[in-house]
Design a protein around this ligand. Structure first.
Ligand code: MN
Ligand code: MN
Length: 304
């Protein structure tokens, strides 16, 4: 990894950290999640980055993958627990970070447990450390406070323009996992804790999409071609939302949604369903991005 790449990762991390702290401050019950997401995404651009994926605002039992749709009227409920997960890229180098905000004192201990799990995990990472060590410390910490990790959500390696670059860092102790942290690589560490069953299921709602691949495709109508080309140019294979494509058909939302449906059925794009805790448990998540170098580990999304 050369100096320029390291610089871009660090720059993306600083922007992500500042925007995350901003989002944590402004999120309030009664606020439209649409306004919150747009303020977050605008701030990323103001600070010189680009969103690496739509701002996720997942509420209570939802663990991940909700972003507001065009005209979304959903508000942050009273007494809710809100996960704000955001991504920033600088020249394709990504920072992925998340915070949970609780408007219900009953869930403060859950948030504290997940925060502690992430802190402890970050402390043990260095080149050569097994991913299973992170899983163990996350699971042990959460269980010591009476909570469970969500087993089918995990941290991940990052690569240029790729959020899930192939390696998964479990949030529970997996004895048969022998992968280790390698130097000159970026990873996201993201424990999810719950008082529910400890795994998520897919809901029927999809608000985030991505291209399967950027290569040539045949047999598209003019509208489909136009939308495909725009997605490819703007986002490559990074996740996107319909909100970011409103200009393509002169703000004709119906035409945009119909064309997206077509690209979905032709398997050119795919959707990320909203993930919900299987036992209807409450969910908290905290996430940082780290850069593992030969002689040090930098938490890019922590402000100094
Ligand atoms: Mn994330
Ligand atoms: Mn992540």
């Amino acid at each position: 990894m050369d100096e320029e790449e390291v610089k871009s990762y660090i720059r993306a991390g600083e922007i992500a950290a500042r925007v995350r702290d901003f989002a944590e401050k402004i999120a309030k019950p009664g606020m439209k999640i649409l306004d919150l997401a747009e303020l977050v995404e605008k701030k990323i651009v103001e600070l010189g980055g680009k969103p690496a994926f739509p701002c996720n605002i997942s509420i209570n039992q939802e663990a991940a993958h909700r972003t507001p749709i065009i005209g979304d009227e959903l508000i942050v409920p009273e007494n809710s627990v809100v996960k704000i997960d955001l991504g920033v890229h600088v020249d394709g180098y990504i920072a992925d970070t998340a915070v949970t905000v609780s408007f219900n004192p009953r869930y403060e201990p859950l948030l504290d447990a997940v925060r502690e799990a992430l802190d402890k995990a970050l402390k043990i990472v260095s080149p050569g450390v097994k991913f299973s060590e992170v899983g163990k410390i996350v699971e042990d910490t959460l269980r010591s406070h009476g909570y469970k990790p969500i087993k089918n959500l995990s941290g991940h390696s990052l690569d240029r323009f790729i959020i899930h670059a192939g390696e998964s860092i479990p949030n529970y102790y997996e004895r048969i996992s022998f992968s280790r942290f390698k130097p000159n690589r970026a990873y996201a560490i993201e424990p999810f804790g719950t008082d529910g069953k400890g795994f998520v299921v897919e809901s029927d709602t999809i608000t985030i999409h991505a291209l399967w691949k950027t290569g040539k495709v045949k047999g598209l109508t003019l509208d489909e071609r136009k939308l495909f080309n725009t997605i490819r140019q703007r986002f490559k294979t990074l996740p996107f939302t319909e909100r970011w494509l409103q200009d393509v058909f002169e703000r004709d939302v119906e035409r945009l949604r119909k064309t997206m449906e077509k690209l979905l059925s032709k398997k050119i794009i795919f959707g990320y369903p909203i993930l919900v805790e299987a036992g209807n448990g409450m969910v908290a998540q905290f996430e940082h991005t780290i850069l593992v170098l030969d002689k040090e580990v930098i938490v890019t999304t922590k402000l100094k």
